[in-house]
Ligand binder design. Sequence first.
Ligand SMILES: N[C@@H](CCC(=O)N[C@@H](CS)C(=O)NCC(=O)O)C(=O)O
Length: 204
Amino acid sequence: MALPILYSYRRCPYAMRARMALKLANIDVEIREISLREKPAHMLQVSPKGTVPVLVLQDGSVIEQSLEIMQWALKTHALQTNIHAASRASVLALISENDDAFKCALDAYKYPERYPNKTQSQHRADGGVFLQKLENLLQGNLYLFGAIPSLADVAIFPFVRQFAAVDANWFETTPYPKLRIWLRTLVESKLFANIMQKQPTYIE
Ligand SMILES: N[C@@H](CCC(=O)N[C@@H](CS)C(=O)NCC(=O)O)C(=O)O
């Protein structure tokens, strides 16, 4: 194969962060935009779990978790190397909180009919705990861990973007002013515009 292959889905936040990391690292890949309903047989063959993103390298090795794709792509990039050893554990812990508790709250807030144990505003309040934590980290900093973006900013903002979009009017009135600026900066970045370009669905 000429280039590594990235099985991707444009609107998937995990795939977004993988595409951003690859772009930041200037790693050219063949992006295969999939249909989640009709996943390509080759993708399922190399990664039977059936989620995107999946990166297939030229030597045939497969990286099938978005965070691992990011870490692989950015192993020598400032986004990772500028993180002090002491902060590294905090960066990874924050990403893990995003991927676990916040992602659960996001799903429940987006699809409250599937999670009737609580009302939609209770689900939103659950997510708000993480948003408040981000707001606190952004006091005095443009980014979560300082003046320049870290792995955490890129890994987390696609999920906050989805949370904010559920009810944009509500988000504009939240007591998270720094978070709003942070989100706008990242969403309006050239990097994000670049990785959100539409492309036809890959047909095997
Ligand atoms: N832990 C995985 C999660 C990836 C994931 O859940 N992706 C979703 C799309 S956002 C997916 O492919 N779901 C499979 C499906 O909907 O069939 C990662 O970090 O890469």
